[in-house]
Design a protein around this ligand. Structure first.
Ligand code: NOJ
Length: 729
């Protein structure tokens, strides 16, 4: 972070109250928007907020929108506050602004970090045009339990994939130069281990080993910071008894001392206040003391820092050095954004009007959406649909446009949303006929709905069954115990399937689901997540074969809800199930220890064949590299894009190692008949982990490696990692 002399000069002149003000973040009641995304706390009206800005007691406002009013807030800060320090305007802009892109989990299914960089860039262009400098994104939490609703906001269950997407999103939001008027400050959140809440219940406690914390949950934060993110948001949960928002070991030890993070740490909404409810702080002042001294620079919405920090400094419980260090970071981020040179950056009403509808972003939304759709199964080549047929589009999502954006979309331009019916109708081939029947509502039956759906199915050559989770089933505070379809939709699916007409499921979901009955047994299943503004067009592109599906699951689809937390890279047990033996083995009475559809799985319209995985040598020298190869061929008649995945497994470790772990991937276009050799280079860094003694590094020994189409496919080949002193045989 660049050092700006104006920061020191301001620090020298600021009162304690003004310093605490720079560390205080309040809801933007001047330009309020969707205030109900957070519980109400410390309510203020617009005049009070402006007065706080004028008094230098509010350095950042969040979740407001609009360039013209933003300019007015900034004018008060710059012209009417004593020191003229510009305000920072923040918002939750998670997966799109006016144009809505797929939920992050869906976009991760593309296995194309570059796509995520592009959608984050487009998001930044639109958000900064609308008077926002700072986004509370990306969420980089690893979600290994699908009951947790906030998996929708991250990149799924895998750390390697999570790191790639975390870095890409930061690069997209922040752009090449943070000072540019269309660069949006990024926040890696929620630090840390928020995705590891017990039983997948939001806000719950986290009991976790140091190794799992370090190897699974922390790396995406490191990746985001290495990509340049200058903000981190703390998590609500405790970790082994210490709330993340007052966790010195994490906020100071890991972030500052180990990683050298120069940026700011902001609390999640009222997370300092919640230390009292956690029973970790006795009262508001104690909560302030604990959060601040642990390393939380900024307090969001509670008002605790504004209220208690000056007195804590006066009493000597907080040192002036510590206070100044936090203020220095916040002011330095403002300087890095160019706010001291141009406080009105990103507050240009003309640009806001120009950016309100950008056709290039609409095209990108369609591209991102169709590249996020996963084809789980395709019996008898049910897809793509051939022309001239009678199609019944059935289900509560058929006509719906209220459940296409997904969670955490505050500012989307709903007038431009394209639902399934509109998209499919627009793409109907000549001679095809479309019948549309709701069948039921999202959670309740409709009078005569099932009968109408069954009649339409009987008349049709194929049914497109649009079922899944309502959008509010995922996101914050939306944990589930049963990750299945609402019963009324399952019943609709059974009735429609009983007609015998081939069924193609268009699944709407914010997490991996346990598919059951007629939905699980349909001829074809497309996982369509929440795809955003261009949902209908994107689904139609895939259904009619204008675009071949190329996405892969970033989360394991289990056989049953009760398997949760189920993730592919689980540690080995002492009694693994084998094809020959399942008695006295690690499995459930009802289900195997496996996924119905594993992580990494997804089909295209080609037919992909993998050659054997080979290694160039039997051993990898400690400082050497080893090439791992396989040939991949499209034996089908249609073009395809294959996500070729590299998995590793450490046979013996000082801590029990995962059954396999993703260590590389590449998306390859393959024309019909085309064959390509894929090569991954391995070094010992890829097999490093937190060892039993707490150190990080590789352990010499034997490893298995796969080049495979999913976490459950392929045959491994093995190699030896030689110890440091050994030379190659
Ligand atoms: C709570 C959420 O946990 C966080 O992700 C979000 O940024 C804040 N509220 C602010 O809205």
């Amino acid at each position: 972070m660049p050092v700006d002399p104006r920061v020191e000069s301001l620090l020298a002149r600021m009162t304690l109250e003004e310093k605490a003000g720079q560390l205080s973040v309040f809801a933007d009641m001047v330009r309020p928007f969707a205030p109900d995304v957070n519980p109400e706390a410390n309510r203020r009206n617009a005049d009070e907020v402006i007065e706080q800005v004028r008094a230098g007691r509010a350095g950042t406002l969040f979740n407001g929108v609009g360039a013209a009013q933003g300019r007015e807030i900034q004018r008060v800060a710059v012209e009417e506050s004593r020191l003229g320090i510009p305000v920072l305007l923040a918002a939750d802009v998670i997966h799109g602004m006016r144009t809505v892109f797929p939920i992050p989990l869906g976009e991760a299914a593309s296995f194309e970090p570059e796509l995520a960089r592009r959608t984050a860039r487009a998001t930044a262009v639109e958000a900064t045009a609308a008077g926002i400098h700072w986004t509370y994104a990306p969420a980089v939490d690893i979600a290994r339990d699908q009951r947790w609703g906030r998996g929708a906001e991250g990149a799924g269950e895998d750390t390697f994939l999570g790191c790639a997407f975390a870095a890409a999103r930061v690069r997209g939001f922040q752009g090449e130069d943070l000072r540019a008027p269309d660069s949006l400050l990024a926040t890696a959140k929620h630090f840390a281990a928020y995705g590891a809440v017990a039983a997948g219940m939001d806000y719950n406690y986290v009991e976790i080993s140091e190794g799992t914390l370090r190897d699974v949950h922390l790396p995406p934060f490191k990746a985001a910071l290495d990509a340049g993110a200058l903000a981190v948001m703390t998590a609500f949960n405790d970790i082994n008894g210490v709330p993340a928002s007052a966790n010195r070991a994490l906020l100071t030890g890991v972030l500052r001392e180990q990683w050298g993070f120069p940026g700011l740490v902001v609390s999640d909404y009222t997370a300092d206040m919640e230390l009292v409810a956690h029973g970790y702080a006795a009262d508001d002042r104690d909560a302030t003391l604990r959060a601040f001294t642990a390393g939380m620079d900024m307090s969001m919405q509670s008002g605790f820092y504004a209220e208690h920090l000056p007195a804590l400094v006066e009493s000597g419980q907080v040192t002036l050095e510590m206070l100044d260090a936090a203020v220095r970071r916040v002011l330095s981020v403002k300087a890095a954004l160019g706010l001291f040179d141009d406080p009105y950056r990103s507050l240009d009403p003309v640009r806001e009007a120009d950016a309100s509808h950008l056709p290039a972003h609409e095209a990108l939304a369609r591209e991102a959406a169709r590249r996020s759709i996963v084809l789980l199964k395709n019996e008898g080549d049910a897809l793509p649909l051939q022309g001239g047929r009678r199609i019944a589009l059935v289900g509560p999502f058929a006509r719906d446009v209220d459940n296409i954006e997904g969670c955490w979309t505050l500012f989307g331009d709903r007038s431009r949303y394209v639902g399934l019916e509109a998209g499919i109708r627009a793409a109907l081939p000549p001679g095809a006929v479309l019948d549309v029947v709701d069948g039921c509502a999202l959670e309740t039956p409709l009078d005569g709905g099932v009968d109408a759906a069954v009649a339409a199915a009987r008349d049709a050559d194929v049914v497109l069954l649009a079922v899944g989770e309502p959008q509010r089933y995922s996101g914050e505070a939306q944990s589930r115990t049963q990750i299945v379809l609402p019963a009324v939709q399952q019943a609709l699916a059974e009735a429609v399937a009983a007609t015998g007409t081939p069924l193609v499921v268009l699944l709407r979901n914010g997490r991996a689901l346990a598919l059951e009955g007629a939905v699980r047994d349909a001829q074809a299943i497309l996982v369509t997540w929440f795809l955003g503004s261009q949902t209908g067009h994107a689904v139609a592109d895939v259904v009619f074969g204008r675009h071949g599906p190329s996405a892969r699951l970033p989360v394991s689809f289990p056989h049953d809800s009760g398997q949760q937390p189920y993730f592919y890279n689980h540690p080995r047990t002492g009694r693994p199930e084998t094809p020959q033996m399942s008695e006295f083995k690690a499995r459930w009475r009802e289900q195997p220890n496996a996924a119905l559809y594993p992580f990494g799985h997804g089909l295209g319209y080609g037919r992909i064949e993998y050659g054997a995985t080979t290694v160039d040598a039997a051993a990898l020298a400690w400082d050497g590299t080893l090439a791992v190869r396989a040939s991949v061929r499209n034996a089908g008649t249609r073009a395809a894009e294959e996500v070729v995945q590299l998995y590793l497994h450490d046979r013996v470790g000082s801590r029990v190692r995962p059954v396999r772990e993703l260590k590389g991937f590449v998306k390859l276009p393959l024309a019909p008949g085309e064959s390509r050799d894929v090569v991954f280079e391995l070094t010992r860094e890829q097999v490093a982990f937190t060892r039993a003694d707490g150190s990080f590094g590789a352990e010499p020994g034997r490893f298995d490696v796969w080049i495979a189409p999913s976490a459950a496919a392929g045959e491994p080949v093995s190699f030896e990692l030689l110890p440091p002193a050994a030379s190659l045989p």
